[in-house]
Design a protein. Sequence first.
Length: 189
Amino acid sequence: MQTLKMSVLFCWLAVFSCAEKPAIKADEGNLTGRGKELSAEKLQWMTLDDVANGLKKEKRPVLIDLYTDWCGWCKTMDRKTYANKEVSSYVQEKFYPVKFDAEGRKSIQWNGKTYHFNPGHKTHDFAIYLTNGQLSYPTTVIIPVNGEPQAIPGYLAPNEFELIAKYFGEGKYGKVSFDDYQRSFKSSW
């Protein structure tokens, strides 16, 4: 009986921990939610080929939104974080932004290497590379200029995203420890 209760509790937690939060309502071209107005302008996502060409002209970090079609928190992050005016403006200015479907089947090229869908893992080898095999969705991956991918798993609200984006976007990664940066950080979003 105790095992049955624990099984039911575990199933209940698994189902409701993956549930989406209420959607943001659209109102006359602006998105509103929790008292903050969000821009209806969308972040201009790039392809990896566009990023490779852009890096030849201007060095800046690459931000990859690693998602899947079935991921509720990925959709929530699209609606609440990437649709946020401050987030989209900052990301567009400081990063090369890429949306990458971790379960996409199209082969891609990155830094002279070809990555394919991996049927054994039911995910793309590029997603495995980006996360060092620690798959979780959504995952924000930032590839610093001349650096290795830094994967930040999980949903990030705009205020949480700001700290991480500015750490990399302002060039502090590799120069200041994240803990020191976080202690002196003042949020403006």
